[in-house]
Design a protein around this ligand. Structure first.
Ligand SMILES: Nc1ncnc2c1ncn2[C@@H]1O[C@H](COP(=O)(O)OP(=O)(O)OP(=O)(O)O)[C@@H](O)[C@H]1O
Ligand SMILES: [Mg+2]
Length: 265
């Protein structure tokens, strides 16, 4: 899955680059401070850290829902701060899918139509949207629940519908903010498996989680504390072709960090 041709995307650019990024909220809260981060295309990254550490702020910046107050955010090579609202909307519609902790499904709307909503701004006719939505539901294992409304689905199924909606437009980048936070363990595992499958298909996946065990199972962990990245288990070592994140034996059980960059607190 990639970007369509002729959109001015830089095919060589990493999925995400943060360059000295800060986000200060009115009133003085400094939610992020001096964050450097690079996520290559096709990576799967967990963002971990305590409540209030800046994880959602970070994901909202990646998703171009918010802009930094210092530094630069680049998504597929686009300097987000240099794009106008229309260009940002286009970038999001074309390349980015979101999944949230609380599903955000439209009540009383069938699963297939909730998913089809993910293509609302694509210019695709309704019939085609529905057909693609049905395919997306099949991918998350819910073909037999297409006609169910959210209140007729379990929590884990609702989240899989939300994932189907996020990926129905074939985004290259999938962002998930605590997608398993509202789920029991078994449902959380099923949801994570869907995210892993998308990763295997080449989608870049960034997932925020409080769940340490879940995070340890992912190829790369970025740990945030007080608005700073304090550990990164698999930061690519420099420009050039995709460097696989370091995983597996050698991981420090205390921090989950491997020989990758350890950033001073
Ligand atoms: N709109 C806002 N205005 C002012 N301060 C904010 C705003 N949004 C977040 N903050 C503050 O910024 C900091 C980081 O918030 P953020 O939502 O990124 O944390 P988080 O790591 O996602 O936490 P949680 O795990 O609880 O979701 C917090 O101190 C929060 O109070
Ligand atoms: Mg949050």
């Amino acid at each position: 899955m990639g970007e369509s041709a002729g959109t001015g995307e830089d095919a060589q650019a990493p999925a995400v680059e943060f360059d000295g990024v800060g986000r200060r909220y009115p009133g003085g809260v400094r939610a992020l401070d001096g964050v450097d981060l690079r996520v290559e295309r096709g990576e799967m990254v967990a963002i971990v850290g305590p409540s209030g550490s800046g994880k959602s702020t970070m994901l909202n910046l990646v998703g171009t829902l918010d802009a930094p107050t210092e530094g630069a955010v680049r998504v597929f090579g686009h300097d987000v701060g240099a794009l106008g609202d229309d260009q940002l909307s286009a970038l999001r519609a074309r390349s980015i899918g979101f999944v949230f902790q609380q599903f955000h499904l439209a009540p009383n709307v069938r699963a297939v139509d909730n998913v089809a909503e993910g293509l609302l701004y694509s210019g695709v006719p309704l019939r085609v949207r529905r057909a693609r939505a049905a395919e997306a539901l099949e991918r998350v294992g819910l073909a037999d629940r297409a006609g169910h409304r959210p209140h007729e689905l379990s929590g884990g199924q609702k989240q899989r519908v939300a994932i189907a909606r996020a990926v129905v437009g074939a985004p290259a980048l999938l962002l998930a903010d605590e997608p398993t936070g509202a789920l029991d363990t078994a449902s959380g595992v099923a949801v994570l498996e869907v995210l892993r499958e998308l990763h295997r298909e080449g989608v870049t996946v960034i997932v925020i989680t409080h769940d340490r065990e879940l995070a340890e199972g992912l190829p790369r962990r970025v740990e945030v504390r007080d608005g700073r990245v304090v550990a990164d288990s698999g930061a690519p070592t420099g420009p050039g072709p995709h460097t696989p994140a370091r995983t597996g034996p050698g991981a420090d059980p205390a921090t989950g960090a491997t020989a990758g960059r350890e950033v001073a607190r």
